[in-house]
Design a protein around this ligand. Structure first.
Ligand SMILES: [Zn+2]
Ligand SMILES: [Zn+2]
Length: 738
């Protein structure tokens, strides 16, 4: 009850307990108001513990209270954590991402609080040291005690385990010395020392073109203001060396650097190049870290004790204390788009993060995305182009093999010219990469008796045979079953036939052709861990592998000096998807794969097997003329009003009950917004009509580039209620159209 002692009843703003908005890292939540008990300081950014229902949850003070709930009904903040507050730029970034992706801010905050244990007070440890006053000369020391004092006098305080190990005594000796007053103790927070990359080390000798580009980037770092720069050049032109100069400049200024790489491209080779340049490794941030490593890295980034972080898209949400540069390498890569939870493109959000932090960002690629190319040509981004290194082989000689004229023998996948080229290459002691972007043995298993394929019971997708693991697997939901004997459709026995090739089947064929060759597969199924992948790269680099068979995992980030033949087994594969970026993605992938051959002093050859050599993508790949491809593809997109000239957003509605789902879609289509220039397609059954047992429908919104889609979507969806089991996903700038 309010009485005279209740501070809320007293006059004067300064004694009123404040109310604040606290954002909780929950997918449903916007910020809620809480009251701040007297004597508690809860500035924006502070991590706090607040009651929610019957639980206590962690949150972040987001700003002053909204006043939407009467003060007397508010609950108190339970605790303000001692840890460093969340920086203002990080909070602004979270709000921005939430607004752009139309996600609850709490869902975005959750990504920025991925290591809640890092917020707990760090555990202290007891350390032992010799008193400053020195030892009493009258006390006789045993040899063990003398060794302990010799170690600690003039040296740093040490925890028990380390002291005992260094001196070779048991803990009882140390404890007795404390009792005797020979040693003192203190409590301290253990800190892992992170190796510090040194920006002052001299870099490699750069060509004139590289040096000019590097100088341009260094100036942007020193300007300490936002800028976005596209850094492009063919594979081997030295993009990494050039952006390393910008990293060095940021380190020299004592600032932090974030390098975003697709997880697949964060290879041991990349890390080694970094370490060679800076004398110490960067701090990696990826799914392979232990929880202890995550916690220590998170804290050290927040405290500014880590200079360079390299990671996949989630690294964007780390609590940088003083971000001075962001680099997005392989910026065109589709894996920067997160397709689960908050649907965001880390490349695009990195640009926003750089702008909010007043830091420069560098987007590097040999095959920049059309979005980035357009931003550069439109003047929104600066552009630095690296010429091919003089005297070095850039791209391999690329040749299309027309499978209509030179088909492989029946039931096989390698055409005669490819087999011939493999034979010559192996005879010279050089290496071959067979590229097929399809995991497993066969993408489809058919019953000969009834003609039906084996489908995933939970998705509209074929089960893929993995002979290596002896399963039939769904690549969409992970469902797996043992290879069947009896057809579930017609009951016929032993009538199954594998259709089409996967890498495992290709390996079988290559081994039957070249039984002497040392062959390995480079796929996510055969190389499960990061270490296994590194070891395979090492074997390939050392020449212990003759034929490497790989999916796109093999296309990125590796340099194999003795690899002189690359054969793309099915270049048409990526074009069948029929989505907006199918041609672009196919071109990028083929261009990157072809760029693997002959990167050092040996000329390489890339052979591209296709049924459609006249297709513009194949023509562009064979000519190696990236600019021609980009110009043709951009013209197509412009004519269709598609990105980067228009904007897209997708709504994906899913549910277990198709009747309920369709009723909801009809209700939605009755209230589609009428905005000039904006068209809404759908509802349509999604190509992946069933996923994990849920039926799926799609709407697609298309708008001119200068029309923001968020307010339109917001208006459209604000009045509808999702029935029970239905789920609605909003995908701004979609990359997947399944
Ligand atoms: Zn059958
Ligand atoms: Zn499935």
């Amino acid at each position: 009850m309010a009485n005279d002692l209740d501070p809320r009843m007293q006059a004067g703003e300064d004694v009123l307990p404040g109310t604040v908005r606290v954002l909780l890292p929950l997918p449903l939540a916007d910020a809620y108001d809480y009251s701040v008990p007297e004597g508690m300081e809860a500035e924006p950014g502070r991590f706090v513990v607040v009651p929610l229902g019957k639980r206590l949850v962690l949150g972040v003070v987001w700003g002053p209270g909204t006043g939407e709930v009467a003060v007397e009904r508010l609950r108190d903040i339970a605790e303000v954590l001692e840890c460093l507050p969340m920086a203002e730029t990080t909070r602004k970034f979270i709000d921005w991402v939430a607004g752009y992706t139309l996600s609850p801010a709490g869902a975005v905050l959750r990504m920025a609080m991925s290591v809640p244990s890092a917020l707990e007070p760090p555990r202290t440890e007891t350390v032992y040291f010799a008193p400053e006053s020195g030892r009493d000369p009258l006390i006789k020391l045993t040899p063990a005690r003398k060794r302990v004092l010799d170690q600690l006098e003039g040296g740093p305080a040490l925890p028990m385990a380390e002291l005992c190990r260094l001196v070779g005594v048991g803990s009882s000796v140390v404890k007795a010395m404390v009792q005797a007053g020979l040693l003192e103790t203190a409590e301290r927070v253990p800190r892992r020392a992170f190796a510090q990359p040194d920006g002052g080390r001299p870099g490699p000798l750069l060509s004139d073109g590289q040096a000019a580009a590097a100088q341009g980037l260094v100036e942007r770092v020193r300007a300490k203001t936002y800028s976005a720069t596209l850094l492009d050049g063919v594979p081997g032109a030295g993009k990494t060396e050039v952006y390393f100069e910008a990293v060095a400049a940021a380190l020299a200024e004592g600032r932090q650097v974030l390098v975003l790489l697709p997880e697949i491209a964060l290879t041991a080779q990349w890390l080694k190049r970094f370490e060679d340049r800076f004398g110490a490794p960067p701090s990696p941030w990826h799914s392979g870290l232990t929880s202890l490593e995550r916690r220590e890295t998170w804290r050290a980034i927040a405290a500014g004790r880590i200079g360079v972080v390299v990671g996949a898209r989630s690294a964007l949400f780390l609590p940088f204390a003083d971000l001075g540069l962001i680099v997005v390498d392989e910026e065109h890569d589709g894996s920067f788009k997160q397709d689960d939870g908050v649907l965001y493109n880390a490349r695009d959000m990195a640009v926003v993060r750089a702008r909010l932090a007043s830091a420069p960002i560098v987007l590097a690629s040999a095959t920049p995305s059309l979005e980035t190319v357009t931003n550069a040509s439109g003047g929104r981004y600066a552009s630095l182009h690296l010429p091919a290194r003089h005297g070095a082989h850039g791209l391999a000689g690329i040749e299309a093999i027309d499978l209509r004229r030179q088909p492989p023998p029946r039931g096989q996948w390698l055409s005669p010219p490819v087999v011939e080229a493999m034979r010559n290459t192996l005879a010279q002691g050089e290496q071959v990469l067979l590229f097929l972007n399809r995991r497993g043995y066969a993408p489809l298993t058919l019953c000969r008796a009834c003609g039906q394929g084996l489908e995933c019971p939970q998705c509209s997708a074929w089960l893929v045979e993995h002979r290596f693991r002896r399963t039939l697997t769904c690549h969409h939901c992970g469902y797996a079953e043992p290879p069947a004997k009896v057809c579930r459709h017609c009951g016929a026995e032993d009538q199954f036939v594998a259709c089409g090739p996967g890498v495992e089947r290709l390996a079988e064929e290559a081994l039957s052709l070249f039984p002497e060759a040392r062959l390995e597969m480079f796929t996510s199924d055969t190389l499960i861990s990061r270490d296994q992948a590194s070891a395979a790269v090492e074997r390939m680099t050392k020449g212990e592998i003759d034929i490497l068979i790989g999916t796109q995992m093999a296309a990125k980030g590796h340099h194999f000096p003795n690899l002189t033949l690359v054969a793309v087994v099915d270049a048409d594969l990526g074009l069948n998807g029929g989505d907006l970026r199918a041609a672009e993605r196919t071109f990028q992938l083929l261009y990157q794969v072809a760029g693997r051959a002959g990167r050092q002093d040996r000329p390489g050859t890339a052979l591209v097997q296709t049924y459609i050599p006249e297709h513009p993508v194949m023509q562009a790949v064979v000519s190696g003329d990236r600019d021609r491809f980009v110009a043709a593809e951009l013209a197509d997109r412009a004519a269709a009003g598609m990105p980067p000239y228009g904007r897209l957003a997708a709504l994906i509605i899913s549910g277990a009950d198709p009747g309920q789902l369709d009723a909801f879609c009809v209700a939605l289509s009755r209230r589609t917004p009428q905005v000039s220039g904006v068209s809404i397609l759908g509802p349509a059954t999604a190509p992946l009509a069933l996923l994990r047992g849920r039926h799926r429908r799609r709407f697609l919104l298309k708008a001119p580039r200068d029309t923001p889609l968020q307010p339109i979507l917001h208006d459209w969806l604000s009045g509808v209620r999702l029935a029970g089991s239905l789920r609605l996903q909003i995908d701004i700038d979609p990359y997947s159209f399944l």
